[in-house]
Design a binder for this molecule. Structure first.
Ligand SMILES: CC(C)(COP(=O)(O)OP(=O)(O)OC[C@H]1O[C@@H](n2cnc3c(N)ncnc32)[C@H](O)[C@@H]1OP(=O)(O)O)[C@@H](O)C(=O)NCCC(=O)NCCS
Length: 172
C-alpha cells in the first residue's frame, strides 16, 4: 500500500499522472545510495548508513517511483515521541521542479501530525536555496544557525521548524 493509502493510489493510477507514494524498503537501498552520491556529494550516506536508517526506531521513509520503476525521490522522518525530524529528502535532478519534493515533504508533515508531534525540525545548508525555498513554501521558519555543521565541506546549517498545532496552523 502507498503511504497515501489505497484510494489515493487508485485515483492517481486512473489519472495516469501522479506516481504513488510508497514505503521505501530494503531493495531500494542501492538506488538510494546512487541518488545520495549524486545529490549530496561528500556528505552522501553510505549503503550501511541508509540500511541502518531504514531499520532504526521511529523512522518513516517514503519514495516516489519514476516511469521506469525505482525511486526518483525519497524522504525520511524520525519521530522520538515529542518532535519529528526530517532526516533527508532528495529528488533525482531530471525529476526536480515537478512537485515531487513538495509532495514528499507534505507526506512527512502529515505523518508527523498523525503521530502527535509538536513540531517538525530540520537542518539545511545555508547555501541550499532550492531546499530552503521548498521548506518555506511548506511553512517552515528559520530557528537558528549551526556553525560549520556540514563536514568536510565546512558549511553552516540553518535549523528550521514547523510548529504543529491541532488546527494545522504554525503560530510562528
Ligand atoms: C530540494 C529538493 C528536494 C526539491 O525537490 P523538487 O521535487 O525539485 O521540489 P518541487 O518541485 O516540489 O518544488 C517545490 C518548491 O520548492 C522550491 N524550489 C524547488 N526547487 C527550487 C529551485 N531550484 N530554485 C528555487 N526554488 C525551488 C519552489 O518554491 C518550489 O515551488 P514552485 O515549483 O511552485 O516554485 C531537490 O532540489 C533536491 O533533491 N535537491 C538536492 C538534495 C537536497 O538538497 N535535499 C535537501 C537537503 S536539506
Amino acid at each position: 500500500m502507498s503511504a497515501e493509502g489505497p484510494a489515493a493510489d487508485r485515483s492517481a493510477a486512473r489519472a495516469g499522472t501522479r506516481p504513488a507514494l510508497r514505503q521505501l524498503t530494503g531493495p531500494d537501498v542501492p538506488r538510494v545510495v546512487e541518488l545520495e552520491r549524486e545529490l549530496f556529494g561528500p556528505s552522501a550516506w553510505s549503503e550501511g548508513m541508509v540500511r541502518a536508517e531504514l531499520e532504526a526506531p521511529g523512522r518513516w521513509y517514503v519514495a516516489v517511483d519514476g516511469p521506469s520503476g525505482g525511486p526518483v525521490g525519497y524522504a525520511g522522518l524520525w519521530f522520538d515521541g515529542d518532535v519529528a525530524q526530517v532526516m533527508t529528502i532528495g529528488v533525482e535532478p531530471a525529476a526536480q521542479r515537478g512537485g515531487i519534493g513538495a509532495r514528499l515533504l507534505g507526506a512527512l508533515v502529515d505523518r508527523a501530525r498523525l503521530l502527535g508531534a509538536t513540531a517538525v525540525l530540520l537542518e539545511v545548508r545555508v547555501d541550499n536555496a532550492p531546499a530552503i525555498a521548498l521548506y518555506e513554501q511548506l511553512g517552515f521558519t528559520v530557528l537558528g544557525r549551526r556553525r560549520r555543521y556540514y563536514q568536510p565541506e565546512d558549511v553552516d546549517a540553518l535549523t528550521m521548524r514547523l510548529v504543529l498545532t491541532s488546527d494545522g496552523v504554525d503560530p510562528g
